[in-house]
Design a protein around this ligand. Structure first.
Ligand code: HEC
Ligand code: HEC
Length: 324
């Protein structure tokens, strides 16, 4: 018996030492840096009006909620408001054309590397900034064209980006599970809108990344194989509204009881474009996709109907179920 306790005692000591070692390592290392991968260098594209318009639609829907600074009304960065304080305080960067504080001096290849992998041109891994690993080359070019355009949002703004104040948890995650994504090795095409299921999937995982907020937890999302994210599109991810109260993302699968099973396409369009769901108005941080084309709405609806149903009640279901 004595020997048994000695062994257990020894094991506990090893575990305690290992944990202490990990804590010291993470605190000392902080947010890690990596070698900067090279993006394929394409000849500087001359942006067309159509590219800028495509980029504007994507940036307004996908980047602006995080990067718009309410004081300058440009993409000069701000404190992320919908992020759980468990991660510490995280600030989006200045991505206006300012050469010193924004991305005015970044090359297209450097921007592409950051957006694809999460690694900045200085090698530092950018935290919470989503990786656009699955965005098509065409959409990526549109985003870059818009960031370089003379839109009021991208106007050079001399506001320095705020330094990050990551919690121990966020530092630990970036040293373990949150990792840069690899640079795609082949061209990434936008599926044809006529193929509604493929196009709808692309919108959900590549262009608008609905699945990131609408799966179970940011921590268990899989950026390269999104369908392998825990609770893919079943909702339950805990976010915060502008008052700092918890808002739980909803189940977008076709489950009749807890998902979108009984929604018509018109109800779905109202919800995603204007934030009006049959359950009532939708709160921040659900974006308002007011610029969506009809073919995008149709494809999203068709694709969401096709993904494996998950039964996962989220807070708003209580009232909805009782009212039936
Ligand atoms: C969930 C919020 C969020 C979204 C959405 C988002 N970003 Fe970011 N972004 C961040 C944060 C936070 C940082 C700073 C991270 C850091 O410094 O570690 C950042 C950093 C960046 C940087 C690096 C700038 C620098 O100087 O370090 C660029 C470029 C960028 N974002 C562009 C974009 C573009 C383009 C989009 C849309 C396609 C986008 N971001 C969407 C949160 C976001
Ligand atoms: C930044 C996180 C985020 C992103 C990105 C996002 N959503 Fe949401 N969504 C939410 C949250 C949070 C709610 C719940 C809002 C509430 O409870 O008021 C929500 C609610 C909804 C609802 C209402 C469902 C119901 O049962 O009432 C629909 C539909 C929806 N989202 C679809 C989408 C689609 C489609 C996309 C991508 C095109 C998307 N969302 C992208 C966070 C997000």
């Amino acid at each position: 018996m004595k020997k048994f306790f000695k062994i257990i005692g020894g094991l506990v000591a090893v575990v305690v030492l290992a944990v202490a070692g990990f804590v010291v390592f993470v605190q000392a290392r902080g947010i890690p840096s990596y070698d900067v991968p090279k993006a394929p260098v394409s000849p500087a594209p001359v942006a067309t009006a159509a590219q800028v318009a495509l980029g504007e639609k994507i940036v307004l829907a996908t980047c602006a909620d995080c990067h718009r600074n309410p004081e300058t009304n440009t993409l000069a960065g701000q404190k992320l408001r919908d992020l759980t304080p468990d991660f510490g305080a995280v600030y989006s960067a200045n991505i206006t054309q300012d050469k010193q504080h924004g991305i005015g001096a970044w090359t297209d290849a450097e921007l592409t590397t950051l957006l694809r992998t999460g690694i900045g041109r200085d090698g530092r891994y950018r935290v919470i900034m989503p990786s656009f690993a699955l965005m098509s080359d065409e959409d990526m070019q549109g985003v870059l064209a818009f960031l370089r355009s003379d839109n009021a949002l991208t106007r050079a703004t001399p506001t320095p980006s705020h330094e990050q104040e990551p919690s121990f948890l966020l530092k630990a995650l970036t040293n373990t599970v949150m990792k840069p994504t690899p640079m795609p090795t082949a061209a990434v095409a936008t599926p044809a809108p006529t193929d509604a299921l493929a196009y709808g999937r692309y919108l959900v995982v590549g262009r608008y990344k609905c699945y990131e907020c609408h799966s179970k937890d940011f921590k268990s999302n899989n950026p390269l194989e999104p369908e392998k994210s825990e609770g893919y599109l079943g909702g339950g991810n805990k976010l915060l509204n502008l008052q700092g109260q918890e808002v739980v993302s909803r189940n977008l699968t076709a489950d009749a009881e807890t998902g979108l099973g009984d929604w018509t396409e018109a109800q779905f369009a109202q919800a995603i474009k204007f934030g009006m769901s049959p359950h009532g108005p939708l709160n921040y941080p659900m974006p308002k996709y007011s610029q969506l084309a009809d073919e995008e709405v149709k494809a999203l609806y068709a694709y969401l109907k096709s993904v494996p149903k998950l039964q996962n009640a989220t807070p708003e279901d209580k009232g909805a179920v009782a009212a039936r």
